[in-house]
Ligand binder design. Structure first.
Ligand SMILES: [Mg+2]
Length: 234
């Protein structure tokens, strides 16, 4: 059922465990601006969304313009990533090892993130994952895509469609792995199948958003692998 030629991985919360750090920093910045929120609130309401939309929410709530909020957030976020580092999501290296062992039968893979390329590069490198996605594959394709490159952010389907087209695959032959509701909506809007990775987001929220399957660990995905990764080389 879930045969795939291409697996599109979201980055934050799917490959690298950045969400606790970034939502902590975001909650601090929003609180400093005058709206007292904590990390849990940020994870529930801001995670996976476009920063411009989050800024709009905060400005509406506080009824004033906050021209410096996003710059301040980015400054503090990069500082925290450099100081604290971010780990790889548990089990992702095992999953990639399994895919690598399939050689020419393995589906293609790529990263598609709402984050700037700078952030994805920094976090993936720190987690030992950068080289596993930026290799040039058989067709010499680049395998990282940022919403900032095309000006379309999830839940818009544009980023996933761009990634699949660049990788040479039709949307219906791609599977997306996503941990946020916005990302699940983007995949559904792109006509792709999507596996919800329920780490910080409730499984029911991902299911309600339309995820075709929900896993809580990569060990679960490996158990499903015969059903998921059955595509031949294109
Ligand atoms: Mg994510």
């Amino acid at each position: 059922m879930l045969d795939a030629e291409l697996i599109i991985f979201d980055c934050d919360g799917v490959l690298v465990d950045t969400e606790p750090l970034t939502n902590r920093v975001l909650a601090q910045c929003v609180t400093d601006a005058g709206w007292e929120v904590d990390t849990a609130y940020s994870i529930k309401h801001f995670k996976g969304r476009n920063l411009a939309d989050i800024l709009h929410d905060v400005e509406t709530k506080l009824n004033r313009s906050l021209p410096d909020l996003l710059d301040e957030y980015r400054r503090r976020m990069y500082e925290a990533i450099e100081n604290d580092g971010v780990p790889a999501i548990a089990g992702i290296h095992d999953l990639l090892d399994t895919l690598d062992a399939m050689n020419h039968n393995a589906p293609h893979r790529c990263v598609a993130t709402n984050a700037p390329m700078k952030k994805a590069t920094l976090t993936l490198t720190g987690a030992g994952l950068f080289d596993r996605f930026t290799h040039r594959d058989r067709a010499g394709q680049i395998t990282m895509f940022s919403a900032y490159e095309i000006g379309k952010w999830k839940p818009d389907p544009g980023l996933f469609l761009h990634a699949a087209a660049t990788m040479g695959h039709k949307p219906e032959h791609a599977i997306v792995i996503e941990d946020s509701v916005a990302g699940v909506h983007a995949a559904i809007n792109a006509g792709m199948r999507v596996i919800g990775f329920a780490d910080l987001t409730e499984p029911t929220a991902l299911r309600d958003a339309g995820a075709h399957a929900v896993i809580e660990s990569y060990a679960e995905l490996l158990e499903l692998r015969d059903a998921v990764f059955t595509a031949g080389a294109p």
